[in-house]
Design a protein around this ligand. Sequence first.
Ligand code: BGC
Length: 457
Amino acid sequence: MFWRSILLLPTIISSSNWNWEEIDLDKTFYPETFLWGTASSEYQISGAGRLPNCQWAEWEKKGHPAIKGGETSDSSIQGWDRYEEDALLLKEMGLNSYRFSVDWSAIEPEEGVFNKEAINHYKSVCKTLKSHDITPMITLHHFAHPTWFENKGAFEKRENVDYFVRFARLVFSELSDEVDLWCTINEPTVSVLMGYILGEFPPGKTGIFTAAEVLNNMLYAHVAVYKELKSMPNGENSQIGIVHSYLKFEAYNGWNPIEALPCYFFTKNLHDTVMDFFKTGEFSSMLLQRETVPDAPNSFDFFGLNYYSRAVVAMQFSLSDFLIATCFPGEVMTDMPYASHAEGFYQALIDCGELGKPVYVTENGIADEKDDRRELFIRKYLYALSKAIEDGVDVRGYFYWTLIDNFEWAEGWTKKFGLFECDRTTQERKLREGSKAYKEIVARAVPALHEYEVASS
Ligand code: BGC
C-alpha cells in the first residue's frame, strides 16, 4: 500500500498534454469524402462454434487461464449469421463504411481445400453492405488462421508465407470486384507480443528471438501479398495497406532504469522496428540480424493505424507482479490496462502521416463497461483526429472499435468496446448512451448521411 502511494505521487506530466479546459470539442473539421465506420474481426464476432478450424478454437480448449474466467467464444454474438441486421446498426449510426476480416480457416479449413460456401457468404456480406452505401474494408489476417497453418509453424517459418499469399490471392480474385480497400495483416506486433513474448495468445510461446523472427516474417508476408495482389486484375484500382498497432511504452518514473529499460526495449522492437521497416526497407530489431526488403517503402497504398493509448509501466514491490500497467496522475483509466490519451492519438497520426501515404484509422475505441467514459473519449479522440487533419495529415477514414461487444481474445467477454451492447441469450443489440456522441459527430460531419437516416427512420 505504502509503495503504491509512492508510485502514485505526482510526476512531471509530459508537456505534450493539452489543456482540455480551453479546448472547444465541437470545433472540428473532417473532409466530406471521409469514411466513418466501425471495425471487427470474424473470430471475435462469430466464435469457435462457427470457426472450429481456427487455431483460436484449439487454444480456447485450454480453458482458464488461457481465456479469462475460462469463458469461450462459442456463445457468440453470431456475427456470421446476423450480418444483415448488423448492417442496419451501421446505418442507424449514420456510418458509411465497415472494416471486417475474412476468416482464413473458414475459406481453407484444410490445407488446399477451399470452401465455396464461405466465399459466397463473404460475397453476400459485401453486397449487403454496398446495398446500404457502406464501403467495405477487408482484413486478410486478424490474429486468426487455420489450425493446419499453425501446426506447420505459422509465421515462424519463412516458407509458410506462400500459404498466406495463396489464400490472399484467392480471396482477392473472388471479392475485389466488390471491395477496393484491403488490409493485409492486422497488428503483427500484437500477434508477436501476445503469442510469442507474453504467451497469452496461441501458440503461447515466450521466446524473444522467435518473436523477432515472426515479426520479420509477418512484415515480409505483407510485402509479398501486396505485390501479388497489385499484379492481379483490380490490383491497380485497389488500395492495399498494413495495420499497425501504434503502441509506445512509457516509464512512470523515467529516472528508474528498471522501468525505463523494458519500455525502451518494447518500444524499439515492437513499434520503431515497424515504422523503420516501412520508411527504409530495413528490418532491424535488437534481436535479429538486419534484413533489407527494398520494396517495403512502396508496399502500401495507405497506412492503417490502430491507436488506443500508450502503455505506462511502473515498478512495485510485490512478489506477484513486479511491473504493473498504470497511468499518470489526473488521467482516466479505461477498462483495459491503459488510460484515455487523445494527445497520443494526435501524435500517432502525425508520425504515420510522415510515411507519405494516406492514413486510415483502422481501429480506435474504449472498453468501458459502465459507459461513463465513452462519450468524452469519443469527443476528445475525434477532436485530436480533426486537429491532425487540420495540421496536414491525409487521413481518409476512421473505424471505431467496435460495433457490438465481442470476444476480446484472452480477456474473454469482459471488455465492453461496443457501441452496442448485446444480450447473448436473446441476441438483442442495444445502443449505449455514450455511443451517441459518435453518431452526433458523424451527423454533423456528413449531413447527407444523417438526412438518409432521418428520412428512413
Ligand atoms: C485488436 C482487436 C482487439 C482490440 C481491443 C486490437 O489490438 O486488433 O482485435 O479487440 O485491439 O483490444
